[in-house]
Design a protein. Structure first.
Length: 442
């Protein structure tokens, strides 16, 4: 683990930070995930933050709500694929002995919630109209808190891109180059990284050819020049080729669909907690408490702070011999589901805040383990497609979860559906096909 990897940990982490300002779109996950397999990781890594920062800054000056939604949708398209690409490129430069850092990587995600939560606490509290302002009297100039937030986060995203593009010479992933059979380029990358870290490397082209020859993963994708393959981003056949690669063997097929289902279950369960639970608690007599804007965002800030230790605990647990990635996922899913179910008994503001903090802690342990395990089980040549599809399916199922909370009415159905999803995901996590602790990614 050298200086290059630590710098990449920070710069790729900036992408996770920005991703929490705007939820990425499902199409962005699919497009950039496939793009990372077709045209390389480097282009996607250096492009997404630039474009998203431009749209984010533009959204801050939107003249109306419709314009803001359109600009944020464009911004989300870029950020939707940023997290899969960032985790992939960091994994492919990471020594297998330091795999726990991929779980710790999600601390940047927590930081990405911390920054806007802190900004919201100050900006919305001081630059928004009072809730009792009569209809038609709320002027844009009196309600610029959200605009200032978008300006702030867009500017921070632009700074992150500047650091990535001008202050760090990112190399193309050597594993991607090997998968493309560009062995001499892969060797040059390894030599560049070794020199950056103040050391040397001894691999030769013949060594890489031998590894490719002995690989258990069949080569199902025809290699073409990178620029020529860029047109395949809009070609469904390219996606089909990579799907075939993800299902090249029975074990890989089972693993792919289990990972997809796991992401989907978690994606469906989350909106039930985020959207329906506050309504459920209110109906069943929970105290409304202090509804002032400063108090609301203060509580959000406290909840976000509690997520950071969850990522640190997860990074330690995934390296424990008898726990690993699967055990960390299973235990954290069980705890999250249990606390969410117990949450329905909360009746005071203090209890509600306490449950939110605990669940924030356990949920970030889940996300850390999930974002660590998922790219590790896919072969390098198809890793972007697999990780992107998992994230896209998560968002699709999230939409289904939101529809459940919308059309089920004020009943007990959504909490029980959510509990079933968490329990199902917990059982599925222990049945995952591959264990990846202390193993080099494919």
């Amino acid at each position: 683990m050298g200086k290059y990897q630590w710098h990449l940990f920070c710069l790729a982490g900036f992408g996770y930070t920005c991703d929490q300002v705007l939820a990425g779109l499902m199409l962005g996950s699919t497009f950039w995930g496939l793009g990372a397999d077709l045209i390389g990781r480097k282009i996607a890594f250096n492009t997404t933050l630039l474009i998203s920062s431009i749209f984010g800054l533009s959204a801050g000056g939107s003249p109306n709500f419709l314009a803001a939604c359109c600009l944020l949708a464009c911004c989300g398209f870029e950020l939707g694929g940023n997290m899969p690409v960032d985790s992939i490129i960091f994994l492919e430069f990471l020594p297998s002995s330091h795999g726990y850092l991929l779980e710790l990587f999600t601390v940047w995600w927590a930081v990405g919630q911390f920054i806007p939560a802190f900004a919201l606490w100050g900006l919305i509290s001081n630059f928004s109209s009072s809730a009792d302002t009569p209809a038609g009297e709320c002027q844009r100039a009196d309600n610029m808190g959200w605009g200032y937030l978008l300006f702030t986060m867009g500017a921070l995203t632009m700074v992150a891109w500047i650091l990535r593009f001008f202050c760090f010479n990112l190399q193309e992933s050597p594993k991607y180059l090997v998968a493309e059979r560009r062995y001499s380029e892969a060797i040059k990358v390894l030599e560049t990284v070794a020199a950056y870290n103040g050391t040397t490397q001894s691999l030769q082209v013949t060594d890489l050819e031998a590894v490719e020859h002995n690989s258990p993963i069949p080569n199902t994708t025809q290699r073409k020049a990178t620029l020529a393959r860029a047109t395949e981003l809009v070609n469904p056949a390219a996606t089909i080729d990579h799907l075939r690669g993800l299902c090249a063997t029975k074990e890989m097929t089972l693993s792919f669909f289990m990972v997809l289902l796991l992401w989907g279950m978690i994606g469906m369960a989350n909106p039930i907690y985020n959207s329906f639970l506050p309504v459920y608690l209110a109906i069943h007599g929970a105290q409304s408490g202090d509804k002032r804007i400063p108090t609301t965002y203060r509580n959000l800030f406290i909840t976000v702070i509690c997520s950071i230790p969850g990522t640190v605990l997860g990074a330690w647990l995934i390296n424990v011999r008898k726990i690993g990635r699967k055990g960390t996922l299973g235990v954290s899913l069980l705890l999250t589901g249990s606390f969410l179910f117990a949450f329905t008994t909360a009746r005071t503001q203090g209890t509600i805040l306490a449950f939110n903090c605990i669940i924030s802690f356990t949920q970030f342990t889940i996300w850390g383990a999930l974002y660590c395990y998922t790219p590790e089980v896919f072969p390098s040549i198809h890793r972007g497609t697999g990780t992107g599809l998992a994230a896209a399916f998560n968002r699709l199922c999230g939409l289904s979860g939101a529809l459940i909370t919308t059309y089920s009415g004020f009943t007990n159905v959504p909490p029980y559906i959510g509990a079933a999803m968490w329990l199902g995901a917990d059982l599925l996590s222990f049945a995952l096909t591959f264990a990846t602790r202390n193993k080099a990614s494919l």
